[in-house]
Design a protein around this ligand. Sequence first.
Ligand SMILES: Cc1cc2nc3c(=O)[nH]c(=O)nc-3n(C[C@H](O)[C@H](O)[C@H](O)COP(=O)(O)OP(=O)(O)OC[C@H]3O[C@@H](n4cnc5c(N)ncnc54)[C@H](O)[C@@H]3O)c2cc1C
Length: 386
Amino acid sequence: MTALDLLDLDPSLTEEERQIRDVVRRLVDDRVRPYVADWYEEGRVPARELAREFGKLGLLGMHLTGYGCAGASAVAYGLACQELEAADSGVRSLVSVQGSLAMYAIWRFGSEEQKQRWLPPMATGEAIGCFGLTEPDHGSDPGSMATRARRDGDDWVLTGGKMWITNAPIADVAVIWARTDDGVRGFAVPMDTPGVTAREIRRKMSLRASLTGEIVLDDVRLPADAQLPEAVGLKAPLSCLTEARHGIVWGAVGAARDCLETTLAYATTRTQFGRPLAAFQLTQAKLADMAVELVKAQLLALHLGRLADAGRLRPDQVSVGKLNNVREALAIARQCRTILGANGVSGEYPVLRHANNLESVLTYEGTSEIHQLIVGQRLTGLSAFA
Ligand SMILES: Cc1cc2nc3c(=O)[nH]c(=O)nc-3n(C[C@H](O)[C@H](O)[C@H](O)COP(=O)(O)OP(=O)(O)OC[C@H]3O[C@@H](n4cnc5c(N)ncnc54)[C@H](O)[C@@H]3O)c2cc1C
């Protein structure tokens, strides 16, 4: 491992976990890293091609079992997220939304027919999924959602809209959460159903190598079997978010590591005042502090992954991980940028791209404030939400 593995964490991974990590790293080095700065600059990403590549390697829904999914451990999935996000948070988002949100929702709450229909093509990347919870007027408070599903005979009719939905512009199926007379329910909505439209959200200054969209549902008529039968209440979509947040805990470590590796290499070769930047005490203090935060974040991710594999991971523990690791990764990315000077703002180096991406990661899947409130509730027994 690199000099950044200050605590010799590598041997704490099993041989199989290291192999999965290294295979994903090679794929990312080959198919993502050489191109991602251009995708970011141009605000596009060949998501379908990437999904097929990732599908071939078993990365889509890799921690799920059956239906063509790899059945890997939570730690292996986390390591894959780490390597993907070391290239770009947007590319990791493609995999997270597909596997942890859309596929997981169908795998956990769907009927056997829904699983047979959607999961195998989603695992290969032939079908792309998205997850529609956020609305234009309801973000942190999804319990107030305005999207409605009403019964009409055996059919369901959905009306409303979802906003900021990753993968929506190219999705084949959307898992849509809507309010019914019996509370929140989930629906697997084929995107070619009449009345469904998806518009790409442009001019993002963050996650530019990721497709984000708005979904409008205009009296969308669905057969009764589009409803996910086991999804009852808001706790269903929230359990999907816990899955995805676990991937983010690891992914953020990848982005931070890439920033620090880039910066270490830069600081040891760039000379000012006749010495490498890395020889200045102020630079070393920054590097040391960042490397310490990085290994702490790695330890936290590994601990949470092991808890998940033991079936003992609680949602509030995932909040501890997401809150810390994304916040620290963003701080590392910004600090690294200072060491690169003017080059820090250039797309020739990944650090400001990572920092800009991490602004979205700080906000989606529960903002840092919402995770503070979840941890606060765990500490005090008092909910600050209501
Ligand atoms: C690039 C990107 C991709 C996304 N992808 C998806 C997706 O695939 N699917 C999906 O459903 N959503 C997605 N989202 C949406 C994301 O989950 C929401 O943006 C997020 O939940 C926050 O909601 P909001 O933007 O409406 O902010 P708001 O809820 O309006 O919050 C604004 C600010 O107020 C704070 N705040 C809100 N309530 C409280 C409170 N009670 N106490 C203290 N502070 C509070 C928040 O922390 C935040 O700082 C995505 C967002 C982005 C940026």
